[in-house]
Design a protein around this ligand. Structure first.
Ligand code: 13P
Ligand code: SF4
Length: 323
Protein backbone atom coordinates (compact mmCIF):
# COMPACT_ATOMS: atom_id res chain seq x y z
CA UNK A 1 0.00 0.00 0.00
CA UNK A 2 2.79 2.44 0.96
CA UNK A 3 4.65 1.59 -2.22
CA UNK A 4 1.53 2.24 -4.33
CA UNK A 5 0.97 5.53 -2.56
CA UNK A 6 4.57 6.64 -3.12
CA UNK A 7 4.36 5.85 -6.83
CA UNK A 8 1.09 7.79 -7.13
CA UNK A 9 2.61 10.83 -5.38
CA UNK A 10 5.68 10.66 -7.60
CA UNK A 11 3.64 10.51 -10.82
CA UNK A 12 1.23 13.16 -9.60
CA UNK A 13 4.11 15.57 -9.08
CA UNK A 14 5.65 14.70 -12.45
CA UNK A 15 2.36 15.27 -14.30
CA UNK A 16 1.21 18.25 -12.25
CA UNK A 17 -1.95 16.30 -11.39
CA UNK A 18 -4.53 16.71 -8.64
CA UNK A 19 -6.72 14.03 -7.17
CA UNK A 20 -10.36 14.89 -6.53
CA UNK A 21 -12.41 12.32 -4.60
CA UNK A 22 -16.11 12.09 -3.83
CA UNK A 23 -17.15 11.51 -0.21
CA UNK A 24 -18.24 7.95 -1.10
CA UNK A 25 -14.79 6.80 -2.23
CA UNK A 26 -12.83 4.05 -0.47
CA UNK A 27 -10.95 5.17 2.65
CA UNK A 28 -7.51 4.68 1.11
CA UNK A 29 -8.52 6.82 -1.86
CA UNK A 30 -9.97 9.62 0.28
CA UNK A 31 -6.80 9.48 2.39
CA UNK A 32 -4.52 10.46 -0.52
CA UNK A 33 -6.89 12.90 -2.29
CA UNK A 34 -5.98 16.58 -2.60
CA UNK A 35 -9.62 17.40 -2.11
CA UNK A 36 -12.64 15.38 -0.99
CA UNK A 37 -16.15 16.73 -1.25
CA UNK A 38 -19.76 16.53 -2.39
CA UNK A 39 -20.84 17.00 -6.00
CA UNK A 40 -21.13 20.79 -5.77
CA UNK A 41 -17.74 21.24 -4.07
CA UNK A 42 -16.07 18.94 -6.58
CA UNK A 43 -17.59 20.89 -9.51
CA UNK A 44 -16.31 24.13 -8.02
CA UNK A 45 -12.85 22.66 -7.51
CA UNK A 46 -12.75 21.23 -11.02
CA UNK A 47 -13.46 24.70 -12.39
CA UNK A 48 -10.64 26.38 -10.50
CA UNK A 49 -7.81 23.84 -10.04
CA UNK A 50 -4.38 25.00 -11.13
CA UNK A 51 -3.01 21.79 -12.68
CA UNK A 52 -2.57 19.93 -15.98
CA UNK A 53 -4.33 16.70 -15.02
CA UNK A 54 -7.40 16.01 -12.87
CA UNK A 55 -7.70 12.44 -11.61
CA UNK A 56 -11.36 12.11 -10.78
CA UNK A 57 -12.08 9.49 -8.16
CA UNK A 58 -15.81 9.16 -8.52
CA UNK A 59 -18.19 8.16 -11.27
CA UNK A 60 -18.41 9.03 -14.95
CA UNK A 61 -20.79 12.01 -14.77
CA UNK A 62 -18.50 13.73 -12.25
CA UNK A 63 -15.46 13.39 -14.50
CA UNK A 64 -17.59 14.70 -17.38
CA UNK A 65 -18.50 17.76 -15.30
CA UNK A 66 -14.79 18.34 -14.65
CA UNK A 67 -14.09 18.11 -18.39
CA UNK A 68 -16.99 20.48 -19.17
CA UNK A 69 -15.68 23.07 -16.70
CA UNK A 70 -11.96 22.59 -17.45
CA UNK A 71 -11.70 21.70 -21.14
CA UNK A 72 -7.98 22.42 -21.34
CA UNK A 73 -7.09 19.89 -18.65
CA UNK A 74 -6.68 16.17 -19.05
CA UNK A 75 -9.41 14.53 -16.97
CA UNK A 76 -8.80 10.91 -16.00
CA UNK A 77 -11.41 8.51 -14.64
CA UNK A 78 -9.36 5.72 -13.04
CA UNK A 79 -12.30 3.34 -12.70
CA UNK A 80 -13.16 2.89 -16.35
CA UNK A 81 -16.54 1.22 -15.71
CA UNK A 82 -17.74 3.54 -12.95
CA UNK A 83 -21.17 4.70 -14.08
CA UNK A 84 -24.09 6.00 -12.08
CA UNK A 85 -27.17 3.88 -12.86
CA UNK A 86 -29.44 6.81 -11.93
CA UNK A 87 -27.70 9.04 -14.49
CA UNK A 88 -28.45 6.41 -17.14
CA UNK A 89 -32.17 6.49 -16.32
CA UNK A 90 -32.68 9.62 -18.42
CA UNK A 91 -31.65 9.87 -22.07
CA UNK A 92 -31.94 12.74 -24.54
CA UNK A 93 -33.64 11.10 -27.50
CA UNK A 94 -32.76 7.41 -27.66
CA UNK A 95 -35.07 5.09 -25.71
CA UNK A 96 -33.66 4.32 -22.29
CA UNK A 97 -33.12 0.80 -21.03
CA UNK A 98 -36.49 -0.39 -19.75
CA UNK A 99 -34.98 -3.13 -17.66
CA UNK A 100 -32.14 -2.21 -15.33
CA UNK A 101 -30.25 -4.32 -12.91
CA UNK A 102 -27.63 -3.30 -10.46
CA UNK A 103 -24.74 -5.77 -10.63
CA UNK A 104 -23.02 -6.37 -7.33
CA UNK A 105 -26.01 -5.06 -5.46
CA UNK A 106 -28.07 -8.11 -4.54
CA UNK A 107 -28.93 -8.40 -8.24
CA UNK A 108 -31.86 -5.97 -7.94
CA UNK A 109 -33.81 -5.59 -11.18
CA UNK A 110 -36.14 -2.71 -12.00
CA UNK A 111 -38.57 -2.42 -14.92
CA UNK A 112 -39.63 1.02 -16.10
CA UNK A 113 -43.21 1.16 -17.38
CA UNK A 114 -42.44 3.09 -20.60
CA UNK A 115 -39.57 4.33 -22.66
CA UNK A 116 -39.65 8.06 -22.50
CA UNK A 117 -36.90 10.50 -23.40
CA UNK A 118 -36.05 13.96 -22.13
CA UNK A 119 -37.14 15.42 -25.47
CA UNK A 120 -40.51 13.64 -25.09
CA UNK A 121 -40.83 15.31 -21.68
CA UNK A 122 -39.96 18.72 -23.12
CA UNK A 123 -42.53 18.25 -25.91
CA UNK A 124 -45.15 17.36 -23.30
CA UNK A 125 -44.39 20.49 -21.25
CA UNK A 126 -43.24 23.12 -23.76
CA UNK A 127 -41.42 26.10 -22.27
CA UNK A 128 -41.10 24.60 -18.80
CA UNK A 129 -37.47 24.90 -17.59
CA UNK A 130 -35.53 21.67 -17.09
CA UNK A 131 -33.37 21.27 -13.99
CA UNK A 132 -31.10 18.27 -14.24
CA UNK A 133 -29.46 16.81 -11.18
CA UNK A 134 -25.70 16.81 -11.58
CA UNK A 135 -26.06 12.99 -11.71
CA UNK A 136 -26.81 13.05 -15.45
CA UNK A 137 -24.79 12.55 -18.61
CA UNK A 138 -23.19 15.56 -20.31
CA UNK A 139 -25.70 15.13 -23.16
CA UNK A 140 -28.64 15.48 -20.74
CA UNK A 141 -27.04 18.54 -19.13
CA UNK A 142 -26.67 20.05 -22.61
CA UNK A 143 -30.43 19.62 -23.08
CA UNK A 144 -31.22 21.24 -19.71
CA UNK A 145 -31.65 24.84 -18.58
CA UNK A 146 -30.03 24.39 -15.16
CA UNK A 147 -28.10 21.83 -13.18
CA UNK A 148 -28.46 21.30 -9.45
CA UNK A 149 -26.90 19.17 -6.74
CA UNK A 150 -28.44 17.82 -3.56
CA UNK A 151 -27.04 20.80 -1.63
CA UNK A 152 -28.57 23.56 -3.76
CA UNK A 153 -31.63 21.99 -5.45
CA UNK A 154 -34.34 23.76 -3.41
CA UNK A 155 -32.56 27.13 -3.55
CA UNK A 156 -32.00 26.79 -7.27
CA UNK A 157 -35.61 25.84 -8.08
CA UNK A 158 -36.88 28.74 -5.96
CA UNK A 159 -34.61 31.12 -7.87
CA UNK A 160 -35.99 30.13 -11.29
CA UNK A 161 -38.49 32.53 -12.84
CA UNK A 162 -41.21 29.95 -13.54
CA UNK A 163 -44.06 28.40 -11.53
CA UNK A 164 -43.41 24.97 -13.00
CA UNK A 165 -40.10 23.14 -13.25
CA UNK A 166 -39.14 19.76 -14.70
CA UNK A 167 -36.69 17.86 -12.46
CA UNK A 168 -34.70 14.91 -13.80
CA UNK A 169 -33.79 12.15 -13.09
CA UNK A 170 -34.29 11.55 -9.34
CA UNK A 171 -37.93 11.18 -8.28
CA UNK A 172 -36.87 11.30 -4.62
CA UNK A 173 -34.89 14.53 -4.87
CA UNK A 174 -37.82 15.93 -6.90
CA UNK A 175 -40.24 14.95 -4.13
CA UNK A 176 -37.98 16.62 -1.56
CA UNK A 177 -37.87 19.80 -3.66
CA UNK A 178 -41.67 19.71 -4.11
CA UNK A 179 -42.12 19.44 -0.34
CA UNK A 180 -39.98 22.54 0.14
CA UNK A 181 -41.16 24.88 -2.61
CA UNK A 182 -44.43 26.44 -3.74
CA UNK A 183 -43.63 25.61 -7.36
CA UNK A 184 -45.10 22.70 -9.29
CA UNK A 185 -42.43 20.04 -9.81
CA UNK A 186 -42.76 17.76 -12.81
CA UNK A 187 -40.94 14.59 -11.89
CA UNK A 188 -38.95 11.97 -13.78
CA UNK A 189 -39.09 8.45 -12.39
CA UNK A 190 -35.39 7.73 -11.85
CA UNK A 191 -33.83 6.84 -8.51
CA UNK A 192 -30.58 5.89 -6.81
CA UNK A 193 -30.71 2.20 -5.91
CA UNK A 194 -28.46 2.78 -2.88
CA UNK A 195 -30.83 5.28 -1.25
CA UNK A 196 -34.23 4.30 -2.67
CA UNK A 197 -34.28 0.92 -0.94
CA UNK A 198 -34.34 2.42 2.57
CA UNK A 199 -37.67 1.86 4.35
CA UNK A 200 -39.19 3.43 7.50
CA UNK A 201 -38.60 0.15 9.34
CA UNK A 202 -34.83 0.66 8.79
CA UNK A 203 -35.03 4.04 10.51
CA UNK A 204 -37.14 2.63 13.34
CA UNK A 205 -34.67 -0.23 13.86
CA UNK A 206 -31.61 2.08 13.84
CA UNK A 207 -33.29 4.49 16.27
CA UNK A 208 -34.23 1.65 18.59
CA UNK A 209 -30.65 0.38 18.55
CA UNK A 210 -29.02 3.82 18.99
CA UNK A 211 -31.39 5.69 21.25
CA UNK A 212 -30.89 9.43 21.32
CA UNK A 213 -28.84 9.46 18.10
CA UNK A 214 -29.80 12.09 15.50
CA UNK A 215 -30.81 10.74 12.10
CA UNK A 216 -29.52 12.57 9.02
CA UNK A 217 -30.81 11.64 5.55
CA UNK A 218 -29.70 12.31 2.00
CA UNK A 219 -32.48 13.69 -0.26
CA UNK A 220 -31.96 10.72 -2.62
CA UNK A 221 -33.86 8.74 0.05
CA UNK A 222 -37.63 8.49 -0.32
CA UNK A 223 -39.63 11.46 0.96
CA UNK A 224 -41.13 9.37 3.80
CA UNK A 225 -37.56 8.71 5.00
CA UNK A 226 -36.54 12.37 4.70
CA UNK A 227 -39.61 13.32 6.71
CA UNK A 228 -38.43 11.07 9.54
CA UNK A 229 -34.97 12.70 9.63
CA UNK A 230 -33.61 15.32 12.03
CA UNK A 231 -31.78 16.87 9.10
CA UNK A 232 -31.77 16.36 5.30
CA UNK A 233 -28.74 17.44 3.31
CA UNK A 234 -25.93 16.53 0.88
CA UNK A 235 -22.91 14.48 1.94
CA UNK A 236 -20.80 17.54 2.80
CA UNK A 237 -23.87 19.08 4.44
CA UNK A 238 -23.89 16.02 6.72
CA UNK A 239 -20.21 16.60 7.56
CA UNK A 240 -21.01 20.18 8.53
CA UNK A 241 -24.16 19.30 10.47
CA UNK A 242 -22.48 16.56 12.52
CA UNK A 243 -19.44 18.75 13.21
CA UNK A 244 -21.51 21.68 14.43
CA UNK A 245 -24.14 19.69 16.36
CA UNK A 246 -23.86 19.24 20.13
CA UNK A 247 -25.19 15.69 19.77
CA UNK A 248 -22.71 12.86 20.31
CA UNK A 249 -24.28 10.13 18.17
CA UNK A 250 -25.66 10.05 14.63
CA UNK A 251 -27.36 7.62 12.25
CA UNK A 252 -26.13 8.30 8.73
CA UNK A 253 -28.65 7.84 5.92
CA UNK A 254 -26.36 7.77 2.93
CA UNK A 255 -23.61 5.70 1.29
CA UNK A 256 -21.29 4.29 3.93
CA UNK A 257 -18.14 5.89 2.43
CA UNK A 258 -19.05 9.10 4.25
CA UNK A 259 -18.43 7.44 7.62
CA UNK A 260 -14.66 7.57 7.06
CA UNK A 261 -14.46 11.37 7.15
CA UNK A 262 -17.17 11.72 9.78
CA UNK A 263 -15.18 9.51 12.16
CA UNK A 264 -11.85 11.07 11.23
CA UNK A 265 -13.06 14.62 11.80
CA UNK A 266 -15.12 13.85 14.93
CA UNK A 267 -13.16 11.30 16.96
CA UNK A 268 -15.29 11.86 20.07
CA UNK A 269 -18.64 11.31 18.33
CA UNK A 270 -20.27 8.06 17.24
CA UNK A 271 -21.59 7.39 13.73
CA UNK A 272 -23.75 4.46 12.67
CA UNK A 273 -24.75 3.55 9.11
CA UNK A 274 -28.51 3.51 8.62
CA UNK A 275 -28.02 0.26 6.70
CA UNK A 276 -24.63 -1.38 6.34
CA UNK A 277 -25.48 -2.34 2.75
CA UNK A 278 -25.81 1.26 1.57
CA UNK A 279 -22.77 0.79 -0.63
CA UNK A 280 -22.48 2.09 -4.19
CA UNK A 281 -20.49 -0.52 -6.16
CA UNK A 282 -19.60 2.03 -8.84
CA UNK A 283 -18.09 4.42 -6.31
CA UNK A 284 -15.95 1.58 -4.95
CA UNK A 285 -14.42 0.70 -8.31
CA UNK A 286 -11.63 3.24 -7.85
CA UNK A 287 -8.63 1.79 -6.00
CA UNK A 288 -5.02 2.88 -5.50
CA UNK A 289 -4.09 0.47 -8.29
CA UNK A 290 -6.56 1.96 -10.80
CA UNK A 291 -5.34 5.47 -9.90
CA UNK A 292 -1.73 4.50 -10.51
CA UNK A 293 -2.63 2.72 -13.75
CA UNK A 294 -4.56 5.79 -14.96
CA UNK A 295 -1.66 8.11 -14.24
CA UNK A 296 0.82 5.77 -15.95
CA UNK A 297 -1.29 4.94 -19.00
CA UNK A 298 -3.77 7.81 -19.33
CA UNK A 299 -6.82 5.60 -18.94
CA UNK A 300 -9.55 6.64 -19.19
CA UNK A 301 -9.47 10.18 -20.59
CA UNK A 302 -12.86 11.88 -20.32
CA UNK A 303 -13.34 14.51 -22.99
CA UNK A 304 -16.77 15.97 -23.72
CA UNK A 305 -17.20 17.05 -27.37
CA UNK A 306 -17.53 20.82 -27.86
CA UNK A 307 -21.08 20.69 -29.26
CA UNK A 308 -22.22 19.08 -25.99
CA UNK A 309 -19.76 20.79 -23.67
CA UNK A 310 -20.83 24.36 -24.47
CA UNK A 311 -24.59 23.98 -23.73
CA UNK A 312 -23.84 21.66 -20.79
CA UNK A 313 -21.50 24.28 -19.34
CA UNK A 314 -24.28 26.87 -19.58
CA UNK A 315 -26.48 24.71 -17.32
CA UNK A 316 -23.60 24.09 -14.87
CA UNK A 317 -22.56 27.77 -14.86
CA UNK A 318 -26.12 28.84 -14.00
CA UNK A 319 -26.00 26.47 -11.05
CA UNK A 320 -22.61 27.72 -9.88
CA UNK A 321 -23.85 31.33 -10.13
CA UNK A 322 -27.00 30.67 -8.09
CA UNK A 323 -25.58 28.02 -5.73
P1 13P B 1 -23.65 14.65 -2.92
O1 13P B 1 -22.27 14.28 -2.51
O2 13P B 1 -23.65 15.90 -3.74
O3 13P B 1 -24.57 14.73 -1.76
O4 13P B 1 -24.16 13.50 -3.93
C1 13P B 1 -24.43 12.23 -3.60
C2 13P B 1 -24.33 11.28 -4.73
O5 13P B 1 -25.08 10.39 -4.84
C3 13P B 1 -23.27 11.39 -5.69
O6 13P B 1 -23.36 10.30 -6.54
FE1 SF4 C 1 -25.32 7.06 -8.54
FE2 SF4 C 1 -26.42 6.46 -6.19
FE3 SF4 C 1 -23.97 5.61 -6.73
FE4 SF4 C 1 -24.44 8.21 -6.30
S1 SF4 C 1 -24.68 6.57 -4.83
S2 SF4 C 1 -23.19 7.31 -7.95
S3 SF4 C 1 -26.47 8.42 -7.19
S4 SF4 C 1 -25.85 5.03 -7.80
Amino acid sequence: MDELRDKIFELKAKRNAVLLAHNYQREEVQAIADFTGDSLELSRRAATMDCDVIVFCGVNFMAESASILSPDKTVLLPATEANCPMADMVTVDTPRELRMNFPGYNEVTYEFPEDFTLRDMKRRYPGVPVVSYVNTTAAVKAESDYCCTSSNAVKLVNAIDSDRVICVPDRNLAAWIAANTKKEIITWDGFCHVHDRVRPSDVDAARAEHQGALFVAHPECRLEICQMADHVTSTSGMLRFCRESDAREFIIGTETGLLYRLRLENPHKKFHPLRSDMVCPNMKRTTLRTILFALENNTKVIKVPEEIRVPAKRALDRMLEIG
